[in-house]
Design a binder for this molecule. Structure first.
Ligand code: GUN
Ligand code: ZN
Length: 435
């Protein structure tokens, strides 16, 4: 049993619905076998649990583990190509790299780099866009199980447009996906997601086969891309003349529900937002990717007003790295700059988008997303090196909201020195923590 004594920030009440930042400068979080069993003052915690090991984290700030709702495992080596819009970026930067994961040893190395990128950035749960190769997915799931992160992921499928080595058939996609579901879905903290790459590269039968797979395995997840780029949207409209819109290409295939997360949705129609709200599908907002690929301004206000759930995604590798702190501040910048009227965001909004909103989108809200009693202890400890600008900023900030704003403005993975999933250290801290 552990008592984590810390300055703690989290957002158990939604700032988009009138909630505020919950902050305490000396909070004792008592954790037994990964479960938060008490949240109190230090003296009471020690009196109640005199045998617990005390971990003093008062020098920094403890926040809930970050939750990334859209990040591509095969693109870790493709981060940092600048200056191309989506379709050219895919052709020249992402897809040639993704083809290399046909080689199992290559995929295994990339999976290790990817998981290290997540844990290093303080990400403890993620919806991971997978690989087109089933062998690469087995490698990925098996390494993710070892690290212990809460990962939802699946085999990416496409049957047109992309380079030939990345294409599959309806039969192959179903048999490989079903095999992966049988091996990995519900295995520890892993879950499977049916993952057509996007309707631009998936024909009607392939999408429908995904819908059938979902009907056969109703507990699995669905993820894909939606309304990211104007040329992509025009292409999808031409390919699916009978569909009402881009969203409808997934809807007609039976792929929409509360367990569906769609990345980007930068250019939705009102009908699409209303339909997403009706079925409970969530949008993964990926601000650095939207900026890098010049995809556009994410209509956060319209999502909120329509009642569509939104969380953050890094969209590695079109996004510029694994840091959800960076995604948060970029979301803030873009809302400010949106010529059609963005939503002013506070630091509490950013923390919520990077933690509790992700937990909600992934239906993990009962387990993680904040540091309340009854939740699992998934947490990230931010403790910048002494005299660095973030350290100076934290020490001289006038309020907890300002401290949090500085963390988003200046924080990097290097400032996140310890990360726990279910009470287990996955980054930092020397010796592994006993359960
Ligand atoms: N749409 C289809 N594939 C991708 C991808 O890899 N990245 C992004 N940003 N959009 C996509
Ligand atoms: Zn993506």
């Amino acid at each position: 049993m552990f008592i984590y004594r810390a300055r703690v920030f989290d957002t158990p009440t939604d700032p988009f619905a009138g909630g505020t930042l919950r902050s305490g400068s000396d909070v004792a979080i008592v954790v037994a076998e990964g479960l938060i069993i008490a949240r109190t003052d230090y003296a009471s915690a020690v009196a109640e649990h005199p045998d617990a090991e005390v971990v003093d984290l008062r020098a920094g700030v403890l926040i809930p583990g970050l939750i990334d709702t859209h990040v591509h495992y095969p693109q870790v080596r493709a981060i940092g190509y600048l200056g191309k819009p989506l379709l050219e970026w895919l052709d020249h930067c992402a897809l040639p790299e993704e083809a290399k994961l046909a080689d199992e040893a290559y995929a295994s190395a990339v999976a290790g780099e990817f998981l290290a990128g997540l844990t290093s950035a303080g990400t403890t749960s993620a919806m991971v866009f997978g690989s087109h190769f089933a062998t690469a997915m087995d490698t990925f799931f098996s390494q993710a199980a070892e690290v212990g992160l809460r990962i939802t992921s699946g085999l990416v499928t496409s049957d047109k447009i992309l380079p030939e080595p990345l294409l599959t058939s309806v039969e192959q996609s179903v048999s490989e996906s079903q095999g992966l579901i049988d091996r990995w879905h519900g295995n520890g903290r892993l879950r499977f997601a049916i993952t057509p790459r996007f309707s631009f590269s998936a024909g009607e039968e392939l999408l429908a086969a995904g819908g059938q797979l979902l009907a056969d395995n109703p507990r699995v997840w669905v993820t894909s891309h939606l309304n990211e780029n104007r040329d992509e949207i025009a292409g999808v409209a031409a390919m699916f003349p009978e569909a009402l819109d881009y969203l409808d290409t997934y809807d007609r295939a039976g792929l929409l529900g509360r367990r569906t997360i769609l990345a980007h949705n930068v250019h939705p129609s009102d009908r699409e937002l209303a339909r997403m709200a009706e079925v409970g599908a969530a949008s993964a907002h990926c601000p650095t990717s939207n900026s890098n690929l010049a995809s556009g301004f994410f209509p956060l206000r319209r999502h909120i007003e329509a009642g569509v759930r939104v969380a953050l995604g890094s969209d590695v590798g079109a996004g510029t790295g694994f840091s959800l702190l960076k995604e948060g501040v970029q979301a803030y910048f873009m809302q400010q700059l949106d010529p059609s009227g963005g939503l002013p965001l506070s630091s509490a909004h950013l923390l919520h988008l990077a933690t509790a909103a992700g937990a909600e989108a992934l239906e993990l809200g009962d387990e993680v997303g904040d540091l309340s009693v009854g939740k699992r202890f998934d947490a990230a400890y931010i403790s910048p090196a002494a005299h660095q600008p973030l350290d100076v900023g934290i020490r001289h900030a006038s309020s907890d909201e300002d401290v949090l704003a500085k963390i988003f403005a200046m924080g990097t993975p290097a400032d996140i020195t310890r990360v726990w999933v279910d009470g287990q250290l996955v980054k930092g801290g020397g010796a592994p923590t006993p359960r």
